[in-house]
Design a protein around this ligand. Structure first.
Ligand code: HEC
Ligand code: HEC
Ligand code: HEC
Ligand code: HEC
Ligand code: HEC
Length: 436
């Protein structure tokens, strides 16, 4: 990647204040996350391993930014603006301080390298305009005051901020509309329309609790001290917020069983089995997939597996709501999806097209969304699958359903020479039938 950090980079990481951001007088100064490490040791360890610690170094981000956007920005002024906007969320400190990256060595700069840093998050005092989104934060960095959730003041750098305890804080970066007016990320908006918002469950309650999801419908928080110090002691607190921020990049979160699948009613007629499969997104506070909707893929594989060891037979969804919700039905699927998703599987995804009408995985080129069947927050989706019983097959056989996830399709990783991601199984279920 080093070769791509050229003079061009300089163009993009300067003058990058987020759209609608309010300027304060005098230059803004941020402390690197390493400055918090000595006292907030545990939070620091959680943070550097989280996706927030990698928003700039993330290879998928760097691929799009350095290998596609910057070369195009050199020819196209519109693209230059788009590239500068990436920095507002992926390298916010560099963006606010007009930090210029001049060469590969600068990537070791803890301020840039740190992505969404401790100090950056804890300096956000509000957002510009009526609703959060597109990186419209209003930062007020101050070495002596850190904005946070504690309601009482002490001699430490407290400043109570209600915003930090609310989903609106996250919505500042997790909702995004591109230059064509297309909503390309809408996790906050999805949450706002969900039963979780109505019940007062915030993003923080799920993503910053001990587990990263709700346990029996409730958050289980970490307890202890918010700071570990050699001199003096921070008070014991019953409720602390974990900074791991698990999401689709954390296999533990994906494997948590938060998204699950079950085989409902089955009917055997003549030579066919009809099965109802229930895909349960009850535990998620937004659509699934969410976030980078252009890239994420979730799908349901269903087979009839004979007990005698013979080859399983693929079941197919009974109904389609378009060509895009069944893998292999759209002409471009082979090219876009690669071979990770077996043809005939129900796919939950959003499809964006560019100005020429072609499907695109570059959110900045997307002009329209032509398809979206993602699971809604809290939804249980019912699917009907059919499978033809092979001639002569008798005895026991099981209907098996598997729900799988891929953060980006092979065509995306191939284009940039990135490691090919393996499909990840989120959940599975089976029901044994007796075929006569
Ligand atoms: C408004 C804030 C915002 C802006 C502006 C923004 N992003 Fe992002 N980006 C995010 C968030 C939040 C995620 C994580 C969402 C998710 O988990 O799907 C993300 C995820 C990504 C990912 C997926 C990373 C992965 O490994 O899964 C890529 C690639 C990416 N962004 C590239 C870009 C590029 C290139 C630009 C500029 C054109 C850009 N982003 C502008 C907020 C932003
Ligand atoms: C010398 C030790 C020390 C250092 C260094 C330090 N902190 Fe703290 N910080 C504390 C203590 C002690 C508390 C109070 C904990 C409590 O009351 O439970 C605290 C509280 C906080 C809070 C909660 C504020 C509130 O009102 O809710 C935030 C946010 C915070 N620190 C952020 C940071 C950041 C960001 C850095 C690095 C730029 C940092 N701290 C560096 C000791 C430190
Ligand atoms: C993506 C933004 C974000 C980043 C990055 C981040 N924090 Fe936080 N932090 C929060 C939010 C939001 C809360 C409060 C959650 C709530 O009250 O609902 C919080 C809470 C805290 C608290 C209060 C004690 C606790 O654990 O609840 C401290 C101290 C703190 N953060 C320090 C840090 C330090 C140090 C870093 C870096 C090592 C860091 N934060 C990185 C958003 C962030
Ligand atoms: C300053 C911008 C910013 C703020 C504020 C912010 N995020 Fe993020 N967040 C990002 C970016 C950018 C990414 C993408 C990181 C990547 O994959 O490179 C991300 C990634 C994540 C992920 C990981 C997604 C995955 O695919 O694994 C989760 C979960 C998340 N954020 C939740 C939150 C929550 C909850 C809040 C509010 C407490 C929040 N974020 C506040 C910018 C932000
Ligand atoms: C009720 C709990 C809950 C709430 C509320 C919630 N999330 Fe999530 N979120 C989840 C779970 C669970 C997953 C992962 C699904 C799985 O793996 O089973 C997830 C996944 C994600 C992802 C990765 C999505 C993907 O498709 O790759 C992002 C980003 C995210 N959440 C951000 C947020 C933000 C921002 C908010 C608030 C606007 C929020 N979440 C509110 C539970 C929640």
């Amino acid at each position: 990647m080093k070769t791509f950090i050229s003079a061009l980079t300089v163009l993009c990481l300067i003058s990058c204040a987020g759209p609608g951001a309010v300027q304060q007088s005098g230059p803004e100064q941020y402390q690197p996350s390493s400055a918090c490490r000595g006292c907030h040791t545990k939070i620091y360890e959680q943070h550097i391993q989280s996706e927030h610690g990698k928003t700039f170094t993330n290879p998928a981000f760097q691929a799009q930014f350095f290998r596609e956007l910057l070369p195009r920005a050199a020819q196209d002024a519109g693209m230059k603006k788009v590239a500068s906007e990436c920095a507002a969320c992926h390298a916010p400190v560099a963006s606010r301080t007009s930090k210029v990256i001049t060469g590969p060595a600068d990537l070791n700069d803890p301020v840039i390298h740190g992505g969404v840093t401790c100090d950056f998050c804890h300096s956000i005092s509000g957002f510009a305009g009526a609703a959060p989104g597109n990186g419209n934060y209003v930062p007020l960095p101050d070495t002596d005051r850190k904005l946070g959730p504690f309601t009482y003041n002490s001699s430490w750098h407290h400043r109570y901020s209600a915003l930090h305890t609310q989903s609106e804080f996250c919505g500042i970066c997790h909702d995004q509309i591109n230059r064509y007016g297309l909503e390309i990320k809408s996790t906050y908006t999805e949450w706002k329309g969900s039963p979780y918002a109505a019940a007062g469950i915030q993003c923080q309650d799920c993503h910053m609790n001990l587990k990263g999801y709700l346990t029996a419908g409730r958050p289980m928080y970490e307890k202890g001290q918010a700071a570990e110090m050699t001199l003096g002691a921070a008070p014991y607190r019953d409720k602390l917020f974990t900074h791991r921020f698990p999401g689709a990049h954390s296999k533990t979160q994906l494997a948590s069983g938060m998204l699950n699948v079950s085989v409902g009613t089955t009917r055997i007629s003549d030579r066919e089995v009809t099965a109802t499969i229930l895909v349960n997104n009850r535990n998620t506070g937004h659509k699934m997939p969410s976030g980078s909707a252009d890239l994420r893929l979730l799908w349901l594989e269903v087979v009839l597996r004979p007990d005698d060891g013979s080859i399983p037979v693929a079941a197919v969804p009974a109904a389609a709501t378009g060509i895009y919700d069944v893998a292999g039905n759209a002409a471009e699927d082979k090219e876009v999806l690669g071979d990770a998703i077996p043809a005939g599987s129900r796919v939950y995804r959003a499809v964006f097209v560019d100005a020429a009408g072609a499907q695109t995985l570059s959110s900045y080129d997307a002009v329209r969304s032509i398809f979206d069947n993602r699971l809604n927050a809290s939804e249980i989706r019912e699917e009907t699958y059919h499978v033809t019983i092979p001639a002569g097959l008798r005895g026991k056989a099981a209907i098996e359903a598997r729900l799988k996830y891929l953060p980006y399709p092979e065509s995306f990783t191939r284009k940039f020479g990135l490691e090919k991601p393996e499909p990840f199984e989120l959940a599975s279920a089976r029901k044994v039938l007796l075929l006569k």
